[in-house]
Design a protein around this ligand. Structure first.
Ligand code: GPP
Ligand code: MG
Length: 285
């Protein structure tokens, strides 16, 4: 018998409550239809070259083909992140900060056979993800908790690796990396995939500000990641600029029936050089 702590109290600021409200009511077909393709529900974007031929062929099956292709690109992104989590063994514990509907945690559990804890401040997401864990028969290994990633209450040094997949723009990085650094054991690995604004462009462009407004987030400058990692014993080991690799995902999404209205803004932000899509992996020293 496993107990699931969805009713644990979670400390949230008024801002965080507004973010939780967004995710509690979020039902975007671009996330649900893609998740239904194979049961991995992701809340991140895709990378890699799409098969553009899915736009051709019978009209009545076009939406299904495009959803499957966008989902394939999301899965490539999740696999890339998981490939940077280090040499994880089945007895290790991993932490998914901002775990959404659980897709990334299940990818990691499947890859390594390890335990995974996901945290989210959205009750709806935590319940959805724990239902997925039960359906998959992995509730004893993969658990989702209604907790604030800035103050999880989890034991110090308990984790082999931890990640944020497009969730660090909702939090103060100095607080986040202090908590990550506390939770990771020495020699552990942290990975973030994130959209950041480009210091070399200047301050946030209009497009970046529109993305912030769309998701109620606060996209950080690239510099802040490295500054706050350095301040919290997290030493970057790999940095990959995924900007070019994610643009085709947005081009295909913009031509699909699953648009949310933010597609052209992302394309403008990336093409202007004001916005970058990065993977940063760091060692906890
Ligand atoms: C992805 O989630 C987006 C975020 C978590 C926030 C912003 C990310 C940046 C890189 C700025 P999603 O898959 O729920 O978004 P969408 O509904 O647009 O697909
Ligand atoms: Mg999505």
């Amino acid at each position: 018998m496993t107990t699931i702590d969805v009713r644990d109290p979670v400390t949230v600021s008024a801002y965080e409550q507004s973010v939780a409200d967004y995710w509690n009511s979020e039902r975007n077909p671009v996330n649900l239809r893609l998740g239904e393709v194979d049961g991995f529900y992701h809340h991140h974007y895709g990378i890699g070259e799409p098969d553009w031929s899915v736009l051709e062929g019978p009209e009545e099956t076009r939406d299904r083909r495009v959803a499957a292709e966008l989902h394939r690109l999301e899965c490539l992104q999740a696999d890339l992140l998981a490939a940077h989590l280090g040499d994880v063994g089945p007895d290790d514990r991993l932490l998914d900060c901002g775990s959404g509907r659980g897709g990334g945690s299940f990818v990691a559990n499947l890859k390594f056979g390890c335990r995974v804890d996901g945290v989210s401040i959205s009750e709806t997401q935590v319940e959805f993800a724990n239902d997925q864990a039960a359906q998959r028969g992995v509730s004893d290994r993969v658990r989702f908790h209604l907790k604030n990633m800035l103050e999880t209450g989890f034991p110090t040094g308990a984790y082999r690796s931890a990640w944020n997949n497009e969730s660090s723009m909702y939090v103060d990085l100095s607080l986040l990396f202090a908590e990550i650094s506390r939770l990771l054991r020495r020699g552990g690995r942290y990975v973030t995939v994130t959209g950041c604004y480009n210091d070399a462009y200047g301050l946030p462009s209009r497009a970046v500000s529109e993305i912030n407004a769309h998701y109620i987030c606060d996209i950080h400058p690239r510099s802040a990641y490295f500054r706050e990692m350095a301040a919290n014993r997290l030493v970057p080991v790999t940095v990959i600029d995924l900007t070019e690799a994610t643009i085709p995902y947005w081009e295909m999404r913009a031509r699909s029936s699953l648009v949310t209205g933010i597609e052209e803004t992302f394309l403008t932000a990336y093409r202007s050089g004001s916005f970058q899509y990065l993977l940063i992996a760091a060692d906890r020293v």
